[in-house]
Ligand binder design. Structure first.
Ligand SMILES: [Fe+2]
Length: 186
């Protein structure tokens, strides 16, 4: 999967008649979380303070997360022109205070941090798949379909905190295969 930009999204296909107000709310929330990805990338760099290659990949991944946030925010503004993303993001950061500057993983170890990352990414992938299948508005459908993280697999593979093959397999397996894999490990 290659890189994508906001220009790849067919914004002019936006169809106000297909909006669901509840979906607008969850897209606004998702835009804030995704846009905050740079803070988490910084935290990963602190946790893996002695691994410059991993840090480079983590920053690239963080930039991709920020781009997801930008795409969702732009769609949210189309859906609700009164949405002030900058203001909302400022309020989000003020209310969601995590010490992203700490070198200590809140998961207890580097392995714990990366396993937590795998779980979050699996959940996020399911979230966007469900959104893609559940909404009718065509631009949002396209954003969910094209939400790509070309660097994600590299991020997990470059971390020595997880056996590389297992991390990559967890992220690339189908949900059914992933569940079977988990069961086989007990
Ligand atoms: Fe993302």
């Amino acid at each position: 999967m290659g890189a994508w930009t906001l220009d790849d999204i067919p914004w002019d296909h936006f169809d106000r008649g297909e909006l669901d107000p509840d979906v607008v709310l969850i897209v606004k929330a998702a835009s804030l979380v995704e846009y905050n990805g740079g803070s988490y990338a910084h935290h990963l760099c602190r946790i893996f303070y002695d691994d410059p290659d991993f840090q480079r990949t983590a920053r690239r991944w963080g930039d991709e997360e920020i781009q997801h946030g930008r795409a969702l925010a732009r769609w949210a503004v189309l859906a609700d022109p009164s949405y002030d993303f900058e203001f909302a993001f400022g309020r989000f950061q003020a209310g969601y205070r995590v010490d992203f500057d700490s070198e200590a993983s809140r998961r207890g170890s580097r392995s714990g941090e990366m396993i937590a990352r795998c779980m979050v990414e699996i959940g996020t992938s399911s979230y966007y798949s469900a959104l893609r299948d559940g909404v009718r508005e065509p631009v949002l459908k396209e954003i969910c379909r094209n939400r790509r993280n070309p660097t994600l697999q590299a991020l997990l593979q470059e971390s020595d905190a997880l056996p590389r093959a297992r991390a990559a397999r967890a992220l690339t397996a189908s949900p059914r295969r992933f569940r079977a894999d988990c069961r086989s490990r007990g």
